[in-house]
Design a protein. Structure first.
Length: 45
């Protein structure tokens, strides 16, 4: 499990874009409070 910042580095995207993709369901993630938690294994799919 990783956060938005690390996912942004892996995907070469801005953190804001990663958050938008999470909200739209383009990236599999769970929101805990105000924080998106992303399963690193799903980023390459």
């Amino acid at each position: 499990m990783i956060g938005v910042e690390e996912a942004a580095e892996i995907l070469n995207l801005s953190p804001g874009t990663v958050k938008n993709h999470c909200a739209e369901g383009k990236i599999t993630a769970k929101k805990i409070g105000k924080t998106w938690i992303i399963d690193k294994r799903t980023l390459n799919k």
